[in-house]
Ligand binder design. Structure first.
Ligand SMILES: NC(=O)c1ccc[n+]([C@@H]2O[C@H](COP(=O)([O-])OP(=O)(O)OC[C@H]3O[C@@H](n4cnc5c(N)ncnc54)[C@H](OP(=O)(O)O)[C@@H]3O)[C@@H](O)[C@H]2O)c1
Length: 285
Protein backbone atom coordinates (compact mmCIF):
# COMPACT_ATOMS: atom_id res chain seq x y z
CA UNK A 1 0.00 0.00 0.00
CA UNK A 2 1.33 3.46 -0.88
CA UNK A 3 0.93 5.85 2.01
CA UNK A 4 3.24 8.56 0.64
CA UNK A 5 -0.11 10.10 -0.30
CA UNK A 6 0.27 11.76 3.12
CA UNK A 7 3.27 13.77 1.91
CA UNK A 8 2.96 16.82 -0.36
CA UNK A 9 1.17 20.12 -0.67
CA UNK A 10 -2.38 20.25 0.72
CA UNK A 11 -1.36 17.66 3.30
CA UNK A 12 -1.36 18.39 7.03
CA UNK A 13 1.24 16.96 9.42
CA UNK A 14 1.29 17.23 13.21
CA UNK A 15 4.71 16.79 14.82
CA UNK A 16 4.97 16.57 18.62
CA UNK A 17 8.15 17.45 20.47
CA UNK A 18 8.94 19.99 17.76
CA UNK A 19 10.32 22.75 20.00
CA UNK A 20 13.81 21.29 20.39
CA UNK A 21 15.99 18.21 19.89
CA UNK A 22 15.21 15.86 17.01
CA UNK A 23 11.64 17.16 16.46
CA UNK A 24 12.51 20.38 14.56
CA UNK A 25 14.64 18.31 12.16
CA UNK A 26 11.76 15.89 11.53
CA UNK A 27 9.44 18.88 10.96
CA UNK A 28 11.96 20.38 8.50
CA UNK A 29 12.13 17.17 6.44
CA UNK A 30 8.33 16.85 6.29
CA UNK A 31 7.94 20.52 5.33
CA UNK A 32 10.45 19.93 2.50
CA UNK A 33 7.94 17.44 1.05
CA UNK A 34 5.43 20.31 0.80
CA UNK A 35 3.19 19.59 3.80
CA UNK A 36 1.84 22.20 6.14
CA UNK A 37 3.42 21.19 9.47
CA UNK A 38 1.84 21.99 12.84
CA UNK A 39 4.58 22.04 15.47
CA UNK A 40 3.79 21.32 19.10
CA UNK A 41 5.60 21.22 22.44
CA UNK A 42 5.13 23.01 25.77
CA UNK A 43 7.27 26.12 25.28
CA UNK A 44 5.67 28.83 23.08
CA UNK A 45 8.95 30.76 22.76
CA UNK A 46 10.93 27.76 21.55
CA UNK A 47 8.15 26.74 19.15
CA UNK A 48 8.02 30.26 17.77
CA UNK A 49 11.79 30.28 17.25
CA UNK A 50 11.63 26.94 15.39
CA UNK A 51 8.67 28.17 13.31
CA UNK A 52 10.52 31.39 12.31
CA UNK A 53 13.62 29.40 11.41
CA UNK A 54 11.70 26.91 9.27
CA UNK A 55 9.66 29.66 7.55
CA UNK A 56 12.94 31.43 6.71
CA UNK A 57 13.87 28.22 4.88
CA UNK A 58 10.61 28.29 2.93
CA UNK A 59 8.57 25.90 5.08
CA UNK A 60 4.83 26.21 5.61
CA UNK A 61 4.46 25.76 9.39
CA UNK A 62 2.35 26.88 12.34
CA UNK A 63 2.56 26.02 16.03
CA UNK A 64 0.27 25.19 18.96
CA UNK A 65 1.76 24.92 22.48
CA UNK A 66 0.40 21.95 24.49
CA UNK A 67 1.42 20.07 27.61
CA UNK A 68 0.74 16.44 26.67
CA UNK A 69 0.99 15.26 30.28
CA UNK A 70 -2.26 17.07 31.10
CA UNK A 71 -5.48 15.06 30.75
CA UNK A 72 -7.48 15.82 27.58
CA UNK A 73 -4.60 17.90 26.14
CA UNK A 74 -3.96 15.49 23.26
CA UNK A 75 -7.61 15.33 22.19
CA UNK A 76 -8.00 19.11 22.46
CA UNK A 77 -4.88 19.58 20.33
CA UNK A 78 -6.23 17.38 17.52
CA UNK A 79 -9.64 19.10 17.63
CA UNK A 80 -7.96 22.51 17.29
CA UNK A 81 -5.82 21.42 14.34
CA UNK A 82 -8.80 19.82 12.59
CA UNK A 83 -10.93 22.93 13.14
CA UNK A 84 -8.24 25.37 11.99
CA UNK A 85 -6.51 23.33 9.26
CA UNK A 86 -8.65 20.30 8.40
CA UNK A 87 -7.93 16.59 8.83
CA UNK A 88 -4.46 15.46 9.81
CA UNK A 89 -2.77 13.26 7.19
CA UNK A 90 0.42 12.54 9.08
CA UNK A 91 1.01 12.33 12.84
CA UNK A 92 4.54 12.03 14.21
CA UNK A 93 4.54 11.10 17.90
CA UNK A 94 8.03 12.32 18.71
CA UNK A 95 7.58 14.11 22.07
CA UNK A 96 9.15 12.07 24.81
CA UNK A 97 12.08 11.67 27.11
CA UNK A 98 13.20 10.44 30.47
CA UNK A 99 14.19 12.44 33.59
CA UNK A 100 17.19 10.07 34.05
CA UNK A 101 16.47 9.49 37.74
CA UNK A 102 16.13 6.28 39.77
CA UNK A 103 12.72 4.56 39.70
CA UNK A 104 12.53 4.31 43.52
CA UNK A 105 13.59 7.92 44.12
CA UNK A 106 10.88 9.30 41.86
CA UNK A 107 7.34 9.45 43.21
CA UNK A 108 4.75 7.18 41.66
CA UNK A 109 3.19 10.20 39.97
CA UNK A 110 6.55 11.19 38.45
CA UNK A 111 6.82 7.66 37.02
CA UNK A 112 3.24 7.80 35.73
CA UNK A 113 3.97 11.12 34.01
CA UNK A 114 6.74 9.35 32.05
CA UNK A 115 4.18 6.78 30.86
CA UNK A 116 1.72 9.58 30.05
CA UNK A 117 4.19 11.49 27.87
CA UNK A 118 5.84 8.52 26.14
CA UNK A 119 2.89 6.14 25.71
CA UNK A 120 -0.56 7.45 26.69
CA UNK A 121 -0.22 10.75 24.78
CA UNK A 122 0.86 9.02 21.51
CA UNK A 123 -1.98 6.50 21.91
CA UNK A 124 -4.51 9.27 22.60
CA UNK A 125 -3.30 11.40 19.68
CA UNK A 126 -3.46 8.36 17.38
CA UNK A 127 -6.99 7.57 18.56
CA UNK A 128 -8.02 11.19 18.02
CA UNK A 129 -6.70 11.46 14.44
CA UNK A 130 -7.79 7.99 13.30
CA UNK A 131 -11.50 8.71 12.70
CA UNK A 132 -10.80 11.45 10.13
CA UNK A 133 -8.00 9.42 8.55
CA UNK A 134 -10.27 6.41 8.07
CA UNK A 135 -13.01 8.57 6.55
CA UNK A 136 -10.53 9.87 3.97
CA UNK A 137 -8.83 6.44 3.69
CA UNK A 138 -5.51 8.25 4.02
CA UNK A 139 -3.14 8.57 6.95
CA UNK A 140 0.17 7.59 8.48
CA UNK A 141 1.23 7.57 12.13
CA UNK A 142 4.95 7.50 12.95
CA UNK A 143 5.93 6.70 16.52
CA UNK A 144 9.39 7.45 17.88
CA UNK A 145 10.44 4.72 20.30
CA UNK A 146 13.73 3.73 21.92
CA UNK A 147 15.97 0.70 22.39
CA UNK A 148 15.91 1.31 26.18
CA UNK A 149 13.44 -1.46 27.02
CA UNK A 150 14.86 -3.90 24.47
CA UNK A 151 18.37 -3.68 25.95
CA UNK A 152 17.46 -3.12 29.63
CA UNK A 153 19.14 0.29 29.67
CA UNK A 154 19.80 1.14 33.35
CA UNK A 155 17.42 3.34 35.36
CA UNK A 156 14.74 3.61 32.66
CA UNK A 157 11.94 1.46 34.16
CA UNK A 158 8.92 3.63 33.25
CA UNK A 159 10.51 5.00 30.05
CA UNK A 160 11.40 1.47 28.86
CA UNK A 161 7.87 0.24 29.62
CA UNK A 162 6.40 3.13 27.64
CA UNK A 163 8.73 2.82 24.65
CA UNK A 164 8.30 -0.99 24.42
CA UNK A 165 4.55 -0.39 24.71
CA UNK A 166 4.77 2.02 21.79
CA UNK A 167 6.37 -0.70 19.63
CA UNK A 168 3.54 -3.15 20.39
CA UNK A 169 0.93 -0.44 19.87
CA UNK A 170 2.36 0.43 16.44
CA UNK A 171 2.48 -3.21 15.29
CA UNK A 172 -1.18 -3.83 16.08
CA UNK A 173 -2.40 -0.45 14.81
CA UNK A 174 -0.62 -1.05 11.52
CA UNK A 175 -2.07 -4.55 11.14
CA UNK A 176 -5.61 -3.43 11.93
CA UNK A 177 -5.92 -0.30 9.75
CA UNK A 178 -3.48 -0.63 6.87
CA UNK A 179 -6.13 -2.29 4.71
CA UNK A 180 -8.33 0.77 5.25
CA UNK A 181 -5.69 3.27 4.11
CA UNK A 182 -4.05 4.18 7.43
CA UNK A 183 -0.59 2.84 8.19
CA UNK A 184 1.84 3.12 11.09
CA UNK A 185 5.61 2.88 11.50
CA UNK A 186 7.87 2.90 14.52
CA UNK A 187 11.45 4.13 14.67
CA UNK A 188 13.39 2.48 17.49
CA UNK A 189 16.27 4.78 18.42
CA UNK A 190 19.54 4.01 20.13
CA UNK A 191 21.68 6.96 21.29
CA UNK A 192 21.43 9.96 18.97
CA UNK A 193 24.11 12.61 18.42
CA UNK A 194 23.84 16.16 17.12
CA UNK A 195 20.57 17.10 18.84
CA UNK A 196 18.29 15.82 21.57
CA UNK A 197 18.42 14.58 25.13
CA UNK A 198 21.38 12.20 24.74
CA UNK A 199 23.53 14.92 23.17
CA UNK A 200 22.59 17.42 25.93
CA UNK A 201 23.36 14.90 28.68
CA UNK A 202 26.73 14.07 27.09
CA UNK A 203 27.57 17.81 26.94
CA UNK A 204 26.60 18.27 30.61
CA UNK A 205 28.92 15.43 31.65
CA UNK A 206 31.71 16.38 29.24
CA UNK A 207 31.33 13.10 27.31
CA UNK A 208 31.79 12.65 23.56
CA UNK A 209 29.20 10.59 21.67
CA UNK A 210 31.25 8.39 19.30
CA UNK A 211 29.89 8.30 15.71
CA UNK A 212 30.44 4.50 15.48
CA UNK A 213 27.98 3.89 18.36
CA UNK A 214 25.42 6.61 17.66
CA UNK A 215 23.12 7.73 14.85
CA UNK A 216 22.88 11.39 13.82
CA UNK A 217 19.68 13.35 14.45
CA UNK A 218 19.61 14.34 10.76
CA UNK A 219 19.63 10.65 9.80
CA UNK A 220 16.65 10.04 12.11
CA UNK A 221 14.74 12.89 10.47
CA UNK A 222 15.39 11.50 6.99
CA UNK A 223 14.47 8.00 8.18
CA UNK A 224 11.00 9.28 9.12
CA UNK A 225 10.42 10.30 5.48
CA UNK A 226 11.82 7.00 4.23
CA UNK A 227 9.58 5.03 6.63
CA UNK A 228 6.52 6.86 5.25
CA UNK A 229 7.47 6.60 1.57
CA UNK A 230 8.38 2.90 1.81
CA UNK A 231 5.70 2.19 4.40
CA UNK A 232 8.18 0.50 6.70
CA UNK A 233 6.89 -1.27 9.81
CA UNK A 234 9.92 -0.90 12.12
CA UNK A 235 13.25 0.82 11.74
CA UNK A 236 16.04 0.26 14.28
CA UNK A 237 18.38 3.25 14.35
CA UNK A 238 21.65 2.15 15.86
CA UNK A 239 24.87 1.53 13.95
CA UNK A 240 27.31 -1.32 14.52
CA UNK A 241 26.24 -4.14 16.82
CA UNK A 242 23.05 -2.41 18.04
CA UNK A 243 20.66 -4.63 16.10
CA UNK A 244 22.56 -7.76 17.11
CA UNK A 245 22.42 -6.71 20.76
CA UNK A 246 18.67 -6.14 20.43
CA UNK A 247 18.19 -9.57 18.83
CA UNK A 248 20.41 -11.25 21.45
CA UNK A 249 18.39 -9.64 24.24
CA UNK A 250 15.12 -10.88 22.72
CA UNK A 251 16.47 -14.46 22.82
CA UNK A 252 18.44 -14.21 26.08
CA UNK A 253 16.95 -11.44 28.24
CA UNK A 254 19.00 -12.63 31.25
CA UNK A 255 22.10 -11.24 29.50
CA UNK A 256 20.88 -7.68 30.16
CA UNK A 257 23.17 -6.74 33.06
CA UNK A 258 26.24 -8.24 31.36
CA UNK A 259 25.54 -6.46 28.05
CA UNK A 260 24.94 -3.08 29.65
CA UNK A 261 28.10 -3.52 31.77
CA UNK A 262 30.31 -4.56 28.84
CA UNK A 263 28.93 -1.80 26.58
CA UNK A 264 29.73 0.80 29.26
CA UNK A 265 26.05 1.84 29.64
CA UNK A 266 25.94 0.90 33.34
CA UNK A 267 28.93 3.09 34.23
CA UNK A 268 27.73 5.99 32.07
CA UNK A 269 24.21 5.90 33.47
CA UNK A 270 25.61 5.74 37.03
CA UNK A 271 27.38 9.04 36.29
CA UNK A 272 24.21 10.51 34.80
CA UNK A 273 22.16 9.46 37.86
CA UNK A 274 24.72 10.99 40.24
CA UNK A 275 24.69 14.19 38.20
CA UNK A 276 20.87 14.34 38.38
CA UNK A 277 20.99 13.70 42.15
CA UNK A 278 23.40 16.62 42.48
CA UNK A 279 20.95 18.80 40.57
CA UNK A 280 18.10 17.64 42.89
CA UNK A 281 20.15 18.56 45.98
CA UNK A 282 21.11 21.94 44.54
CA UNK A 283 17.46 22.66 43.77
CA UNK A 284 16.26 21.97 47.35
CA UNK A 285 19.16 23.62 49.23
N1 LIG B 1 18.04 11.72 21.87
C1 LIG B 1 18.20 10.42 22.01
O1 LIG B 1 19.33 9.96 22.20
C2 LIG B 1 17.00 9.49 21.94
C3 LIG B 1 17.23 8.10 22.04
C4 LIG B 1 16.15 7.25 21.99
C5 LIG B 1 14.88 7.74 21.80
N2 LIG B 1 14.68 9.09 21.72
C6 LIG B 1 13.30 9.57 21.56
O2 LIG B 1 13.27 10.53 20.52
C7 LIG B 1 12.25 11.49 20.78
C8 LIG B 1 12.82 12.89 20.71
O3 LIG B 1 13.81 12.98 21.72
P1 LIG B 1 14.82 14.21 21.85
O4 LIG B 1 16.10 13.62 22.24
O5 LIG B 1 14.74 15.10 20.67
O6 LIG B 1 14.21 14.93 23.14
P2 LIG B 1 14.34 16.45 23.63
O7 LIG B 1 15.44 17.16 22.96
O8 LIG B 1 14.35 16.36 25.13
O9 LIG B 1 12.96 17.07 23.15
C9 LIG B 1 11.77 16.55 23.66
C10 LIG B 1 10.60 17.23 23.00
O10 LIG B 1 9.40 16.77 23.64
C11 LIG B 1 8.67 17.88 24.12
N3 LIG B 1 8.01 17.58 25.38
C12 LIG B 1 8.57 17.17 26.55
N4 LIG B 1 7.65 17.08 27.52
C13 LIG B 1 6.48 17.44 26.96
C14 LIG B 1 5.15 17.56 27.44
N5 LIG B 1 4.83 17.30 28.72
N6 LIG B 1 4.17 17.98 26.60
C15 LIG B 1 4.47 18.26 25.30
N7 LIG B 1 5.69 18.16 24.77
C16 LIG B 1 6.69 17.77 25.60
C17 LIG B 1 9.73 18.96 24.34
O11 LIG B 1 9.18 20.25 24.22
P3 LIG B 1 8.96 21.23 25.46
O12 LIG B 1 10.09 21.11 26.39
O13 LIG B 1 8.80 22.56 24.80
O14 LIG B 1 7.68 20.75 26.05
C18 LIG B 1 10.67 18.73 23.16
O15 LIG B 1 10.18 19.38 22.01
C19 LIG B 1 11.69 11.13 22.16
O16 LIG B 1 10.50 10.39 22.02
C20 LIG B 1 12.78 10.31 22.78
O17 LIG B 1 12.28 9.41 23.76
C21 LIG B 1 15.71 9.97 21.78
Amino acid sequence: MKTSRVLGTDRIALVTGASRGIGPLIAREIAREGNHVVLTGRSPEELQAVAYDLRDKGADVSFLPTNLVQPWAAEALVQTVERERGGIDLLVNNAGGDPQREFDRMTLNENLDILQLNLIAPLTLSHSVLGEMLQRRRGHIVNISALAGRVAFPFTEAYAAAKDGLIGFTRVLRNDYRGRGVSASVLILGPIRGAGQGQRTAAQLGLKLPPFATESADTVARAVIDAIKRDRAEVVMMPGPGRLVKAAMDYFPGLGPAITRISGSTATMQRVIEYRRGQEHAAVS
